[in-house]
Design a binder for this molecule. Sequence first.
Ligand code: ADP
Ligand code: MG
Length: 585
Amino acid sequence: DSTGQGDSKTSTEYDFLKASKRELEPMPSLSARMHSTLHQYFGYTSFRPLQEAIIRDVLERKDVFVLMPTGGGKSMCYQLPALLMEGVTVVVSPLISLMKDQVDGLEANGIAAACMNSTQSARENRDVKTAFLENRLKVLYVAPERLMMPGTLAFLKKGKVSLFAIDEAHCISEWGHDFRPEYRKLKLLRDPKTGFPDIPIIALTATATERVREDIISQLNLHLPPEKGPYVASFNRKNLYYEVRPKKETFSEITDYLRRHRGEAGIIYCQSRNSVEALTKKLNIAGFRALPYHAGLSDSERNRNQEMFIKDDVDIIVATIAFGMGIDKSNVRFVIHYDLPRNLESYYQETGRGGRDGSPCECILFFSRGDRFKIEYFISQKTNEKEKDISLVQLRQMVAYCEVNKCRRQTLMEYFGEELPEPCGNCDCCLTPKDTFDGTEAAKKLITCVQELNQRFGTNYVIDVLTGSKNKKIRQNRHERLKSHGSGLEFTKEQWKSLASEMINTGLLDVSGTKYPVLKLNAMSRKILKGLEQVELVCPEGFAPEAEESFMPSTVTGTKGKKADDLSFSEEETFSDKFSVASDI
Ligand code: ADP
Ligand code: MG
């Protein structure tokens, strides 16, 4: 079916262009060939949204950039052209295990395919090379590090390459969630001497913000026709329900949930191997069949657990982010995030593994500010300054998603540069809006304090001043003399923190600087100060506007005082263990 084609603005414009073009330049034979190839080799009767237009461009030897959600059918966009073009389509793909699956799948459909990677024997390698040189292959998968090894490009020049397909193209960008340095070298494909400047490139990804998109296009030097730009399919997955819950008594919340959803398949993501192991054990003891998945398990155990999950032999898989890329299980009914993901791209990608059959899937994230600080700490240990800044900005966006009191889907789609005009009606914010109160006075106090501090201090310091702290720094700076000092005793520090976050997240106040973020006024803050804007804020925990008198600030201890759930980032684990880089997932 192609009814979804009008989902996004870009695709609509695009289809129009395509349609008019088709009229001018009748190619019935091409269209017929495309459809018969689709049917003959893949067994499908129609193209998915955008596939046909993309394939036509590829066949016209144009560079193409494809942004399509997971499960959208990206592979077809280069596999079908590979069959219709003379020569061999070279596919760059980051995971060796995925490559094998793809090659097996193609061969099962009668398509001559092979791969080149480090796990092959010398003999296999030689056979593949011969097949390539003799033009007996249609599709050749190559790992990026292999492709960019000195001899490989020179070797490929001896045969006939029809097209380069760069799958998971976001790996090329430091702004993506899965940056791989070896992808950077792909820019050499366009080198006039050593590369293939005349061979078209199709780049494909499921995750790309505007920034990543630009990065991919410039790194690969893609020549996209200026009036067209990338093909963008809608990222809105309507059947996914989004919810954020406070991370408290998380284990019993999860077991309650699982009890109510017996027999349904789901994934529980944790940030570290240790939490995966611990949670799996606790679930097993509580009577739930669940299996772990992380990069610390042996290959055979990992594959076995994955297979059992895919074949419905076990319903629950507890996993690090190592689980998922390329996994095609259609009936995942819930995706729970036990810990805070580090950025929205990963989060979207991970939740995207749910509901691929189009039936509902619940995506629940447990959020605590403690998790945020732990990730911040981990980021602060990084040595590369640019990476550090990027990670901090991404974390801020992730936190904003959790804290925001507006439609989650709108927030997510906005992040991906897609506008959703109406609240979705299928997320916790739409279905159970939080209690709010007239926060104009509170907002004014906070903004005034930021102003009196000359916009040179971070949230914690500002709040210390507001709540009348006489700590050393405040005494040294003589800030106990400010009018704002002690002007905000109606809220606790924790409550002020949540008010301040909300104000930042909703643009009532700015933060600047990544290393030492300081609060700044913006146009909106000034309007509020002047009394030109009323502000509606979410009631912070423990605060009920009508019960203000009985409210006792001193009884509320901050998150520090609370006993954290014993599985969540326990102290004995090192942070590097918690927040693994690729090697520790
Ligand atoms: P992506 O790489 O975008 O995540 P895939 O290329 O793995 O998605 O495709 C997802 C699924 O959709 C695969 O099972 C594929 O065979 C199927 N598919 C692709 N194109 C079509 C089509 N035109 N009609 C029906 N199914 C399709
Ligand atoms: Mg894919």
